[in-house]
Design a protein around this ligand. Structure first.
Ligand code: HEC
Ligand code: HEC
Ligand code: HEC
Ligand code: HEC
Ligand code: HEC
Length: 187
């Protein structure tokens, strides 16, 4: 009896499950490879909800390079220590932070967003453009167009697909009217 059930399950998986799965993928019903919602565990539970939300800190206080360069940087520990030399020093997480700082080490944050190497992306080109992405609502709203409402995230996750379609749809939008030739985004 048990053998028959195993056989039936295997049969269904192979001849019904697999073709259905293939159908879903081929027809874009499930999208794999695009990490929407990707939320890696971080070595220290740093919360944007606390720092950017409750404390209303400016994104650029920590992500200084966003407007100047291709990459927006993740802050080095001295930025954290401006406050955490005195704030919440009884917390084991803050002690871990200070230890890393005073021993000359760093915290290995897990990267959340990552484009493939063949794609050119540039934060500065977006943030400094007068074309709508950043005209209205100021700096935060600009970041939220692509990253979602970070100030409500206790742990950061990937909000947008970062797929080619996602980029091109916005570039085509008459409000933005950004270039869509292949060499804009590919080497
Ligand atoms: C107090 C410093 C601080 C402030 C203020 C801050 N961040 Fe961050 N941010 C970090 C740190 C540290 C990380 C890396 C750890 C993590 O992912 O949580 C990070 C990670 C991120 C990431 C993910 C980076 C990746 O790995 O792909 C994004 C996107 C981001 N921040 C956007 C924002 C936005 C938008 C704001 C303003 C609303 C903001 N941050 C305010 C410190 C800060
Ligand atoms: C402008 C001051 C300020 C800066 C800069 C700052 N923090 Fe904080 N942080 C705070 C405050 C205030 C709290 C809340 C303390 C409380 O709960 O009483 C906090 C809480 C925390 C906590 C939670 C501690 C716990 O155990 O409850 C962690 C972890 C943390 N911060 C990490 C960081 C990291 C990492 C950075 C640098 C990327 C950073 N902070 C930069 C002010 C700051
Ligand atoms: C037009 C969309 C867009 C906007 C607007 C945007 N980002 Fe990003 N961000 C991205 C993409 C795409 C990546 C992944 C880049 C890569 O892997 O090369 C990224 C990556 C990051 C990272 C990780 C480090 C890096 O550069 O790879 C941080 C931190 C970050 N963004 C912060 C911000 C902040 C802060 C703002 C607002 C000041 C902002 N971003 C505005 C699309 C955007
Ligand atoms: C929310 C809308 C939006 C999204 C999403 C977006 N872009 Fe853009 N992009 C723009 C605008 C607006 C400009 C600036 C056009 C200008 O100022 O001429 C721009 C400019 C650029 C430029 C510079 C073009 C030049 O002038 O040389 C590159 C490269 C680029 N985007 C790549 C990307 C890639 C890759 C993605 C997806 C990962 C992406 N963009 C997602 C709106 C967007
Ligand atoms: C606005 C930015 C942008 C433009 C314009 C653009 N691409 Fe892309 N392209 C991307 C991004 C981001 C990816 C990586 C994500 C993905 O695979 O969807 C990508 C991926 C690709 C891939 C790899 C697909 C895969 O499955 O890995 C090919 C091939 C490609 N693009 C060709 C083109 C061609 C041809 C054009 C011109 C008609 C073009 N792209 C224009 C942003 C762009």
């Amino acid at each position: 009896m048990a053998k028959k059930i195993v056989g039936l399950v295997a049969f269904l998986a192979l001849f019904v499950g697999l073709p259905y799965f293939t159908y879903l993928i081929v027809n874009n019903k499930i999208v794999i490879g695009y990490n929407i919602g990707y939320q890696p565990d971080q070595p220290i539970p740093f919360s944007h909800e606390m720092h950017a939300g409750n404390l209303k800190m400016d994104c650029r206080y920590c992500h200084t390079a966003a407007e100047q360069t291709r990459h927006s940087s993740v802050p080095s520990l001295n930025v954290c220590m401006n406050c955490h030399n005195v704030v919440k020093t009884d917390s084991p997480h803050i002690q871990k932070l200070s230890e890393a700082f005073y021993s000359g080490g760093s915290v290995q944050w897990e990267k959340v967003h990552l484009l493939p190497d063949h794609v050119k992306f540039n934060h500065a080109a977006h943030l400094l453009s007068g074309k709508g992405v950043f005209k209205n609502g100021g700096e935060r709203q600009a970041c939220y167009k692509c990253h979602g409402v970070i100030e409500e995230m206790p742990v950061v996750y990937q909000h947008s697909s970062l797929s080619m379609g996602w980029c091109v749809n916005c570039h085509r939008d008459p409000e933005y009217d950004a270039p869509t030739n292949c060499s804009t985004c590919h080497y």
